[in-house]
Design a protein around this ligand. Structure first.
Ligand SMILES: [Zn+2]
Length: 361
């Protein structure tokens, strides 16, 4: 069921645009925010985001182990499931979502789609949408053609079903007998926005995960979601991966905290746990300006127990240990009166909703 290589896609222009935008944000932050210099490196996503993908699952012999290893290393990934595997292992599809992963469509039987008729292709994609929707409560928005093989007939059917075609930039070659070291080296070539092809069924692929996590950390890259709009790896959107399924544990309710402000404006911060699993959880924090626009914000809190943030997007984290401070990064300029922005994170430990302090500048 392996996928063969296709030419690497290069998007130097996009990277340049991102770099320019980041430079603007950094300049604005320097001008408006006073912050201690003890930034925690563990959650630094300043290098951008990459898309880790695992194809051909779910399968009972490997998927649970793969999910546990990803979670233990604070990584999120996109699973391109084969429809018949999803149909036969619905609890594993739910487990993927519960673990904070995204789920995509990889056809129902993994055929060479360009050799099939239009109606056969339609059936391959549609049945997979249904199987995954049945398991998770929502249909995928991403589609990866088996073997990376595509044509205009397939693409028009993808479009009808609201699916974005995702190939890859880097092929790990795990399907071709690559060693764990070679898989890690392949991941080491990932640049901001890019996507790597891996598979659900190889021990070498699972064993590569801790080193992939370390390599990404060393380059300030974080594992992100694949945008259904652009097909590029981006920061998680702050929501649950595939839209929420009934089985995802939800926090009882958000706990808003209004605090005094500094400077010219007011802000509030609200933390909500959107997903949790054994040993970790994912939360979103919504920052809202008060009756006046604000130029910047800093949200701080202290964990009640031994929680620790492993990955954060939409803000810059500083402070370590039980005290966390996050300041604005994702917008450049001001947050208008009553306007809001959201950052999110994945943390280790038991889900908790501490008291937040939001200060504006
Ligand atoms: Zn495949």
């Amino acid at each position: 069921m392996a996928d063969s290589a296709v030419p690497m896609r290069r998007r130097a222009g996009l990277r340049k645009t991102v770099a320019t935008a980041l430079a603007g944000v950094v300049a604005a932050a320097l001008a408006t925010v006073t912050l201690s210099a003890t930034a925690a490196q563990a959650a630094d996503c300043s290098g951008g985001y990459v898309g880790l993908t695992y194809d051909d699952g779910p399968n009972p012999s490997n998927t649970t182990n793969l999910l546990n290893t990803l979670k233990a290393n604070g990584l999120r990934a996109t699973f391109f499931n084969i429809g018949q595997n999803a149909q036969n292992n619905q609890s594993l599809v739910r487990a993927q979502v519960d673990a904070g992963m995204w789920v995509g469509n990889h056809s129902y039987t993994h055929p060479h789609l360009p050799q099939m008729s239009s109606s056969q292709i339609q059936s391959e994609l549609q049945r997979t949408q249904q199987a995954i929707q049945q398991a998770t409560g929502s249909a995928p928005k991403l589609f990866r053609p088996p073997y990376g093989e595509t044509n205009s007939t397939l693409q028009s059917i993808e479009q009808q079903l609201g699916l974005k075609e995702i190939i890859w930039d880097v092929d790990s070659q795990d399907w071709n007998g690559a060693s764990t070291t070679q898989i890690v080296q392949a991941a080491g070539r990932l640049q901001n926005g890019q996507v790597i092809l891996m598979h659900d069924q190889y021990a070498t692929t699972v064993q590569a995960i801790p080193q992939i996590a370390a390599n990404l950390r060393s380059r300030n890259l974080c594992a992100g979601m694949i945008s259904p709009t652009t097909g590029r790896a981006v920061a998680p959107d702050g929501g649950t991966p595939v839209s929420p399924s009934p089985t995802i544990p939800q926090s009882p309710s958000p706990t808003p905290t209004l605090t005094p402000t500094a400077g010219s404006g007011a802000c509030t911060a609200t933390m909500e746990t959107v997903n949790s699993w054994g040993g970790g959880f994912q939360s979103n924090v919504t920052v809202r300006a008060g009756s006046s626009a604000i130029r910047g914000w800093t949200v701080t809190w202290s964990w009640p127990g031994s929680q620790s943030v492993s990955q954060l997007w939409g803000g810059l984290q500083s402070g370590s240990g039980s005290s966390v401070s996050v300041r604005n990064e994702s917008w450049n300029g001001s947050l208008g009166a009553s306007a809001s922005t959201t950052f999110g994170f994945v943390a280790n430990g038991t889900a908790a909703t501490p008291t937040l302090t939001c200060s504006a500048s």
